[in-house]
Write a protein that binds this ligand. Structure first.
Ligand code: AGP
Length: 364
């Protein structure tokens, strides 16, 4: 691709920096203050149909799968419809039961990922209703779906996804709000979420100002052999995505675990040479997350926390602005994009074209 880099050294850096505008774009024209809801023109699903949905299954690969995991928790939380995400690449090979009361949602930046497209085609053949949450307008998955929500992140050139991940999660927040307001989400909660969404671009800009601090931290962690990423519930997909980002561009081995699962095995790995990145939002799980930090500190593990306030047990805390609990995962991932970026840069990696990877995997 030959888009202008606009003064940035890499597309990744450009795309990270574009996020305040990108988020503004996905929100634009969709908020309805009168009813504290959103309008999604391409959804092709009326309120009566929306009320008959009993379950939601979200399918995607890689980063889009992680965005779908956060999407599932947003939908379940706001619309109280049971929802989960699964890698499309797995789903299509396990002869899934296709249920008429389930709404399927395919997530893809490119709209061309073969595993996702094949899952959509199999679902459609079995009579399922499939929506797309897609970035590229008119792409194969967008055309194949019955309707959907465009992510409007703009062109993403770097192989690793940044702004599109963020915008996809925001698109899911809009869908969750829409479904929630058709079902049981109150006007007050709708208003609370809308106000939270409107705060995002400004808060992302604030996080981007932390780049120098994050760059210094990255220089310290750049030599690590391996890193652990932990989070709980809403924080877990953030940890998964941050670890994927780090391994894709720095080639540092990284794994992500729910913080709650540490004691069931991975705690055995903790020692000074294995740093942990912990997602620690100021929500009802704060004390639980703090307990995990103590467990790690007791084994002399180094901790980098992403949190809403300094964490005493952490060696470093990247403090990010607080939004509504539901929307915090959107913000907490952003400093870790910069962390992966600067770690890889310090290690001399080819940021925009990591080895062995393609921007979209359009073959089997
Ligand atoms: C993202 O950093 C990766 N390049 C990869 O995991 C990607 O998200 C995946 O291949 C799915 O691509 P898509 O969103 O275009 O379908």
């Amino acid at each position: 691709a030959s888009y202008d880099m606009g003064g940035h050294d890499t597309y990744m850096h450009k795309e990270i920096s574009e996020q305040p505008d990108a988020v503004d774009r996905v929100l634009r024209g969709r908020i309805d203050d009168r009813f504290s809801t959103v309008h999604l023109g391409g959804l092709n699903l009326d309120a009566r149909e929306a009320r008959t949905i009993r379950r939601i299954k979200i399918l995607g690969c890689g980063t889009s799968y992680h965005a779908g995991m956060i999407g599932a928790s947003l939908i379940e939380g706001m619309a109280r419809i049971p929802a989960d995400a699964e890698p499309a690449s797995e789903f299509r090979y396990r002869n899934p039961v296709v249920d008429p009361d389930t709404l399927y949602i395919a997530v893809s930046q490119s709209g061309e990922t073969y595993d996702v497209l094949a899952a959509v085609q199999e679902l459609k053949r079995k009579g399922a209703r499939v929506l797309g949450v897609v970035n590229v307008v008119g792409s194969a998955i967008a055309r194949e779906a019955d309707g959907g929500v465009y992510v409007h992140a703009g062109p993403e050139v770097c192989v690793v996804s940044t702004k599109c991940f963020t915008n996809t999660v925001v698109a899911f927040a809009l869908l969750a709000l829409h479904l929630g307001r058709i079902r049981d989400l109150s006007v007050t909660d709708g208003k609370r979420i809308i106000e939270g969404l409107r705060r995002l671009p400004e808060q992302i800009s604030e996080i981007l100002k932390l780049e120098d601090e994050i760059k210094e931290l990255a220089a310290e962690y750049a030599g690590a052999q391996s890193m652990m990423f932990i989070g709980r519930v809403r924080g877990y997909p953030v940890a998964l995505e941050a670890s994927l980002k780090l391994k894709e561009i720095s080639y540092i081995h990284a794994e992500a675990y729910p913080a709650s699962e540490l004691k069931h095995g991975p705690l055995a790995l903790i020692e000074p040479a294995l740093p942990t990145v912990a997602i620690v939002p100021d929500d009802d799980l704060l004390e639980k997350n703090r307990a995990a930090l103590e467990e790690i500190k007791a084994r002399s593990g180094r901790i980098l926390a992403v949190a809403h306030q300094e964490q005493e047990k952490a060696d470093h805390t990247i403090v990010v602005p607080k939004n509504e609990d539901e929307l915090d995962p959107i913000l907490m991932g952003i400093p870790l994009q910069l962390f992966a970026y600067h770690t890889a840069l310090a290690m001399g990696r080819d940021i925009d074209k990591p080895r062995n990877l393609a921007k979209s995997v359009t073959v089997e």
